[in-house]
Design a protein around this ligand. Structure first.
Ligand SMILES: Cc1cc2nc3c(=O)[nH]c(=O)nc-3n(C[C@H](O)[C@H](O)[C@H](O)COP(=O)(O)OP(=O)(O)OC[C@H]3O[C@@H](n4cnc5c(N)ncnc54)[C@H](O)[C@@H]3O)c2cc1C
Ligand code: SF4
Length: 562
């Protein structure tokens, strides 16, 4: 039985610090706040909201981690048998692939910055589960299954907390039976650790003009599968990256393949979202990559356990927005701290959470609340994070400008000069344009076609999404909001062939025709229940017409150990 929409008041709870997102950034901030309070003999109350059904359910990463963040946060992690960081990197291979073969580049040529010696292969989701247990043991309240849906402001405009989403609203916007109003979680400060393209972070960046002095934010889409391979195909500790085939030289991206734990292989493919051809399908590029003769044998006789996708921030140093605003701050990939050539962001996510925590704790100790803690913004460039990103700031712009053949060697030379001479010949290059502005009209490109999946090494989208454990309550407002519902068919279809059909890694978007043969009466369909929360549509839509907002808490993928 549906009733008229008359929303009751929200209950509210007050904390010192509210944290949005139980990823490495949010959990590190929470733990660090509690550590500081314990060291000072005071109390800092901290709450974390996480939209996944449990911490880790929405985490998708490679992941080879640089333990620099973990070493600072939990220095004795190596002594904890429950810590899921168990596989040190033992070999580092870098391949250039052509259609029929490839070459392994000698390690001696690789810039030292890319060296994985001392790093570990992990499931980042499992690391987050372990960090969450640590945080709870310190007294942090963690609420999984609750999406932060709205930023709350006081009359002066400062952020004073967030509201979690209402549960039990129907697709048409009416209250259903079992409706539960969201909670207002109020904090002296609120930290936004939503990861890449956070929907509240995006609003805050716009509201406070945080990006007005920053270069364009840049992104890639990363697709990943977890495989259990035959023991004779497993080389525990092997890290392998490739570039080249199946991407053409104007399209940036590459693969990763990490052997870890007991016969597990994490395999993934990143396509930079500044690609130009609207008929490109990142999902199909990934599936094709696995069939390469130098790759497929790893998977023969193995079993695919999981699938998922997530955007990754690629703008680096020059794209980081201002981190602070009255009442809060951005942490982790909500700000964009990924070191792109290293494909590593989790260490900086942790370090930024800790850095923010230190500045917030100081402000709270000084009796402050709801003001701008600018010292966090002022300190990150000189910190480990800034130093990590500064050295590689020109790599992504060089790749984008010069393509694979010239851009990759130039990027490598730039990393060498940064390491050896401490400077770049290129100054600080700009990214050019937003990823949403990079597509060419379909009439100007050669349409791409992909081989049919074999069901053994390569698969289709629907069977893949099934493995992501994605589930949403179907009778809820569509969380992929179109600013103008006419754009997909009136503009995107004739100009670009509606690229959402292809860049979405979960088959959420379709164009269906009343008559498939004559292609009469096209209609844009959104299968929102399939969404794996990668955020690519929010980034890549050429009309910037798709706004991703959090669905009901708990909806989305259920990644086991991604
Ligand atoms: C394919 C791929 C491969 C990668 N490989 C590596 C690698 O090998 N090594 C490495 O170091 N890094 C790697 N990265 C980058 C790394 O994963 C990120 O830098 C890191 O996860 C960022 O941490 P975070 O805490 O900022 O965000 P996330 O890890 O994205 O965590 C954000 C959390 O916040 C939750 N959340 C978001 N919005 C809300 C909301 N409104 N309300 C409640 N909860 C919310 C999400 O569900 C999620 O759990 C990779 C990334 C990708 C996509
Ligand atoms: S709908 Fe958007 S956010 Fe969801 S899976 Fe597709 S591209 Fe990603």
């Amino acid at each position: 039985m549906a009733t008229e929409m008359e929303l009751p008041e929200r209950d509210q709870m007050e904390y010192d610090v509210v944290i949005v997102g139980g990823g490495p950034a949010g959990l590190s901030a929470a733990i660090r706040l509690k550590q500081i309070a314990a060291e000072a003999g005071t109390e800092i109350s901290v709450v974390v909201v996480e939209k996944g059904s449990e911490v880790g359910a929405h985490i998708l990463s490679g992941a080879v981690i640089d333990p620099i963040g973990l070493d600072r946060l939990v220095p004795d992690w190596r002594e904890d048998p429950d810590c899921p960081v168990k596989t040190p990197v033992t070999a580092d291979h870098f391949l250039f692939l052509g259609p029929a073969g490839g070459i392994r580049l000698p390690n001696i040529l690789m810039p030292k910055l890319l060296n994985n010696h001392g790093n570990y292969i992990i499931s980042l989701g499992n690391l987050c589960r372990w960090l969450a247990a640590k945080a709870e043991a310190l007294g942090v309240e963690i609420y999984p299954g609750f999406a932060a849906q709205e930023v709350l402001h006081n009359e002066a405009g400062a952020v004073i907390g967030i509201a979690t989403g209402d549960m039990g609203i129907s697709r048409s916007g009416e209250m259903k039976e079992g409706f539960a109003r969201g909670m207002a979680l109020l904090g002296k400060y609120t930290l936004f650790g939503e990861g890449v393209r956070g929907h509240l972070s995006k609003r805050l960046i716009a509201k406070f003009g945080l990006d007005k002095s920053a270069d364009h934010a840049k992104f890639g889409i990363g697709l990943k599968e977890l495989w259990q391979v035959k023991p004779e195909r497993h080389r525990k500790g092997l890290v392998q990256h490739s570039f080249g085939w199946p991407l053409d030289s104007r399209t940036g991206g590459g693969s990763f393949l990490y052997h870890f734990d007991d016969n597990l292989v994490a395999v993934g493919f990143v396509v930079h979202l500044n690609y130009e051809n609207p008929t490109l399908s990142p999902f199909d590029e990934f599936q094709q990559f696995k069939t390469h003769p130098m790759v497929r044998e790893t998977f023969e006789g193995g079993k695919r356990l999981s699938y998922g996708a997530r955007a990754i921030t690629e703008g680096g140093y020059q794209s980081v927005p201002r981190l602070t605003f009255p009442g809060g701050a951005l942490i982790g990939c909500s700000a964009g701290f990924v070191n792109v050539p290293r494909i590593k962001g989790s260490h900086n996510a942790m370090l930024s959470g800790m850095l923010a925590a230190e500045h917030m704790a100081k402000a709270i100790a000084g009796g402050r609340a709801h003001d701008e803690v600018a010292s966090y913004e002022e300190s990150w460039r000189a910190s480990l994070i800034g130093r990590d990103l500064w050295k590689v700031r020109n790599v992504k712009p060089l790749w984008s400008r010069f393509g694979t053949w010239l851009g990759i060697p130039l990027g490598a030379i730039d990393m060498w000069t940064n390491e050896v001479l401490g400077f770049s010949f290129f100054g600080t290059r700009k990214h050019g344009k937003a990823d949403s502005a990079s597509l060419k009209p379909i009439a100007e490109v050669t349409p791409k076609t992909y081989p049919k999946p074999d069901g053994v090494i390569s698969f289709d989208k629907l069977s893949s999404v099934f493995l992501s454990g994605t589930n949403h309550e179907e009778d809820q407002p569509v969380h992929l909001q179109l600013k103008d519902p006419s754009v997909p068919i009136a503009k995107n279809l004739p100009i670009y062939g509606e690229p959402a059909r292809l860049y979405c890694p979960a088959g959420v978007y379709e164009v269906v025709y009343a008559n498939e043969q004559t292609r009469a009466d096209p209609r844009f369909v959104i299968n929102a229940q399939n969404c794996v929360h990668c955020k690519t549509c929010d980034i890549k839509d050429p009309a910037q017409n798709i706004n991703w907002v959090a669905p009901e808490g708990g909806g989305g993928p259920t990644y086991p150990n991604m």
